[in-house]
Design a protein around this ligand. Structure first.
Ligand code: GLY
Length: 393
């Protein structure tokens, strides 16, 4: 069944849930977003660094921002967008500014994760050109990691060093919209060219015939020749790490929206169809769809939140209501079974995230990207026009 963009975005003023489902889920979603804003109000006054993961219900921090530093300011921008409360804006600005030194960091691929929810959103919501210029500077740093031979953005390792020089990962799909933003703002095609090339390579090398994906693909960094699939955070090179799959659904859909290239839409649908087929009736992804214990293994709620955002977007992009229905089921499950609401001392919003099961770091904890994408997904449902302003839908 296909629907118009207007139907899928929801009628103006109404809670944009499915016809007949509006009241129950709409109320739950609104209450969950209110809970998120309340939690931020409670916790933010004591936060002077970047939350990385929780230990025993309290945030632990990474002072440099690591790869996660964009999400804390991002959550405050979303809270500001929802409430108009200037206090959230002040927290967002303060936190985003602390990322400033990272604009010139060429040692990792995570510049999109760092600067999109923080500085790009800041520019879109405030119009202050210094945010835009900083985001473009970050994009300039990111494209230095492009390997022309293999046509991919190198994920890890400092430039000029051999370790991981030929390594591409699924997560990088989420860093490409920083590049499309830079091209749109500067009129320079070099950013978009790298984004399209990397997305085409990811499509060609990562996607298996059944729509599952490995976390990693290795190339010979000097010749660009294939070495093959691998993993860092998934169970094995032949498994399917659920957060990586979710990054892919979201990232390919975004690239389709920016370029209108059908192969990106088809890629997003293939990944989504595999993940939806692998979901259990509780609608919360297991950490790896192919771990030997799956589906009865630890969960990763962050994969669910990211996937819900991607599926809501994919429903609009493809005109297929079924993706929206699936997204709402995941979101409903996250709000019913994964919120921290029963623990007053908990500092995060969404529980049951898994950072890296393979290395046994952060199993069923809270993660700033879980919280951020939960808020984004709730706003995509409750306030589609407002969220469009912030993330450029
Ligand atoms: N981008 C790293 C992760 O998803 O854990």
């Amino acid at each position: 069944m296909t629907f118009t963009r207007r139907t899928l975005l929801g009628a103006a003023g109404a809670v944009a849930v499915l016809p007949g489902e509006a009241s129950a889920s709409g109320r739950l979603f609104r209450e969950s977003l209110d809970y998120a804003l309340g939690k931020l109000r409670q916790v933010a006054p004591n936060v002077t660094s970047f939350p990385e993961e929780t230990k025993f219900e309290k945030w632990t921090y990474v002072n440099s921002g690591g790869w996660v530093g964009g999400f804390w300011p991002g959550m405050h921008w979303l809270a500001f967008l929802d409430s108009g409360d200037e206090q959230f804006k002040a927290w967002a600005v303060e936190s985003a500014l602390r990322l400033s030194p990272r604009r010139t960091d060429t040692s990792i691929h995570d510049l999109g994760f760092l600067f999109y929810p923080s500085w790009v959103t800041a520019y879109r919501l405030t119009g202050d050109a210094s945010w835009r210029d900083g985001a473009v500077q970050a994009a300039s740093s990111l494209i230095q990691r492009y390997n022309e031979k293999g046509r991919f953005i190198r994920a890890w390792g400092a430039l000029g060093t051999p370790a991981n020089a030929g390594r591409a990962i699924m997560d990088t799909m989420m860093n490409l919209d920083l590049l499309t933003f830079a091209s749109e703002q500067t009129g320079e095609s070099r950013f978009l060219d790298v984004a399209v090339a990397h997305a085409l390579t990811t499509r060609a090398k990562f996607i298996r015939p059944d729509g599952s994906t490995p976390h990693v693909f290795d190339f010979n960094p000097d010749t660009g020749e294939d070495i093959g699939p691998n993993t860092n955070q998934g169970y094995s090179p032949t498994s399917c790490w659920s957060r990586g799959q979710a990054w892919g659904i979201y990232g390919f859909t975004t690239m389709y929206r920016r370029t209108r290239r059908r192969e990106f839409l088809e890629a997003a649908r293939k990944l989504a169809d595999f993940a939806l087929d692998a979901l259990t009736p509780d609608h919360v992804p297991v950490w790896d769809y192919r771990s030997p214990l799956a589906p009865n293994d630890v969960k990763d709620s962050s994969a669910g939140a990211i996937m819900a955002c991607g599926l809501l977007d994919l429903a609009v992009a493809s005109g297929r209501l079924s993706y929206r229905v699936a997204a709402l089921r995941i979101l409903d499950a996250l709000c019913r079974t994964c919120l921290t609401t029963r623990s007053e001392r908990h500092e995060a919003i969404l529980a049951r995230g898994t950072r890296n099961r393979r290395t046994e770091v952060g199993i069923e904890v809270s993660l700033p990207y879980g919280d951020y994408y939960l808020m984004e997904a709730l706003l995509r449902v409750l306030k589609p026009r407002e969220i469009s302003r912030a993330i450029g839908l």
